[in-house]
Design a binder for this molecule. Structure first.
Ligand SMILES: [Fe+2]
Ligand SMILES: [Fe+2]
Length: 296
């Protein structure tokens, strides 16, 4: 358990959100890269799958923005607009590389069912905002921090694995912006949650029961499963590092969100993401874990 004094120390060390906003800079410039490396054969099949997923999720920020642009905080509103602009350019850069390698990628969030989902999401967010009050924004900022952190780690593992110099360069610059997005969300989340036990309970509940990896809904559960297994199944170090950062947000101590989310998916008998997330499957996994513990 983290003491109130520790939380206060952490709070007083935080930068002002305006200062973080000022560091974000402009969207990346596609003309600043040498695209001659975007050639058929430059990427592995699995990399094309991962980059297609990533580009569609980055473009999908338009839908996320539309459903969450309900803050009255002017700094957060400015951040969200800049964040949207930067994410869309990330999508354009990754898609350009995928196209150059001979595959096609299109923005699926503009399909009718996803536009409908974004409109429904906005209504649900407004209802949640009415239901829980300003602590809704603590959920938004904490959720955003988790999504930015996991995205940053997706790219970091991809960058470490790829043999494409162009992809390494693109991901270096994209990751620098993802790190700033993460810092902003995390900073505002900590500000909203420090000394706020009600907000902490709500955020913990929301992440524990509602969070799933970014892209779920836009892409199928099988695709989410394939992405998560492909990137993290043999990288427990990354999972531990993500959880140690998330666990340090007030109220999320010992949550181990990423481990808990991934563990059933990487278990031998979890066939799909939806299996892993089903209550019955989770109960069976918990029982299996319990019986394993008995034998240790
Ligand atoms: Fe991005
Ligand atoms: Fe981002």
């Amino acid at each position: 358990m983290i003491s109130a004094a520790t939380v206060d120390d952490r709070f007083t060390r935080l930068q002002e959100p305006e200062a973080l906003l000022a560091e974000m800079g402009e969207p990346l410039d596609p003309s600043g890269y040498d695209w001659s490396g975007a050639l058929p054969g430059a990427l592995q099949v699995e990399e094309i799958f991962q980059l297609t997923y990533a580009a569609q999720v980055e473009w999908g920020t338009e839908g996320t923005f539309a459903s969450l642009d309900i803050s009255r905080d002017s700094v957060v509103r400015r951040f969200l607009r800049l964040w949207l602009d930067q994410e869309v350019v990330h999508a354009d850069l990754l898609a350009r590389l995928v196209h150059g390698c001979g595959a096609s990628v299109t923005p699926i969030h503009r399909e009718r069912k996803h536009r409908w989902a974004a409109a429904r999401g906005k209504v649900l967010n407004q209802l949640a905002r009415l239901g829980v009050g300003d602590d809704f924004f603590a959920v938004h900022m904490s959720w955003g921090a988790v999504n930015e952190l996991t995205t940053l780690r997706f790219y970091s593992v991809m960058r470490a694995n790829t043999e494409s110099p162009l992809l390494r360069t693109l991901l270096r610059d994209v990751m620098a912006q993802e790190a700033l997005h993460y810092s902003f969300y995390r900073n505002v989340a900590i500000r909203r949650l420090s000394g706020n036990p009600r907000g902490q309970r709500i955020v913990r509940w929301a992440l524990e029961h509602l969070w799933s990896p970014v892209g779920m809904g836009l892409r199928t559960p099988d695709d989410v499963d394939r992405l998560m297994r492909g990137l993290f199944a043999d990288r427990p170090d990354q999972v531990v590092q993500m959880d140690s950062q998330i666990n340090r947000i007030p109220g999320l101590e010992n949550l181990d969100l990423i481990h808990r989310t991934l563990e059933p998916v990487t278990a031998a008998d979890a066939r799909t993401w939806s299996d892993a997330r089903s209550p019955a499957r989770r109960r069976r996994n918990a029982a299996r874990e319990e019986s394993r513990r008995d034998w240790r």
